[in-house]
Design a protein around this ligand. Sequence first.
Ligand SMILES: N=CN[C@@H](CCC(=O)O)C(=O)O
Ligand SMILES: [Mn+2]
Ligand SMILES: [Mn+2]
Length: 318
Amino acid sequence: MTYKKTSPEIYKGRSSKEQLYLHEKLICLDFQEEIIKKSPKKTIVLLGYACDEGVKRNQGRTGTVSGPDAIRGALGKMPNHLSEGTRFLDVGTIGCLDGDLEATQTQLCHLVDQLLEKGVFPVLLGGGHDIAYGHFNGIKKHRGPQKAIGIINFDAHFDLRDTTNGNNSGTPFYQIAQDCKKEGSEFRYFCLGIRQDANDPVLYKTAEELQVHYLERHHFQMHYLEHVQLRLIQFIEDVDCLYVTVDLDGFSTAYAPGVSAPSAMGFSPDIVLECLKLIIDSRKLISIDFAEMNPAYDIDDRTAKLAASLIHFVIHRY
Ligand SMILES: N=CN[C@@H](CCC(=O)O)C(=O)O
Ligand SMILES: [Mn+2]
Ligand SMILES: [Mn+2]
């Protein structure tokens, strides 16, 4: 595992005297210094997961290692509407050393636990979707295995591949489900945006066996908003808290070309925004991540800007 403090140089943009832009509001801290104080003030914390190893093992197009900084660059330029009392921090980025994905996920788990311990709202920037295994485990470590943690994944893929070929970016929710089985806890997983052209029959079968809640792409659109909202409300009712993960490859390539596995028939941002509204307003959301950002394939920073706009929305509504 590697760790790097974020250089403020990554955050560039217009300057003002009144913190009109997020890069002026944001403070880069060193995680190791433990200077994140527990405070009653609302605190939003960015943490990067610069890891390509899961994508590589899953035979995907690498490049997500640069994902966190691409999102940071786009986010920093955006206008700041956060209240004066809100703290907005960046605690750096962890990376994968010698292909040791598992060690990186374990480290992520510890960092997420520590962040939640401080009472802050973590916003994680990926990195392959293997971020989800470390992230979820950190939430579980903090909350305890008996708490009902709901996972909401906006994605084209179930990511329920079994681990016969090792852990990778296509296996995180299968790994979580196996851990749940061992611990005797319920696997609470809702996946929105699934498509038949992106998931084989074995994956659908695994989803059925694990009683996964899912909405397919043809129903995951504004035309079916009431239905989508109802399904979300039903899922949220049964959980104590929520972990949300946004896999950028679920969006149409028109919005998100910069990913490992692009989706020509992916979903649109408007339906995701509606869902995020409902999720945030439920007051159960405790942590969120944005995965699979791959700047090597981005066009005109479109994907980075989409991720940044979604984060902008979340941190202002939270
Ligand atoms: N994290 C994404 N995983 C997808 C990739 C699909 C693809 O390579 O086309 C998956 O394994 O299903
Ligand atoms: Mn995924
Ligand atoms: Mn995906």
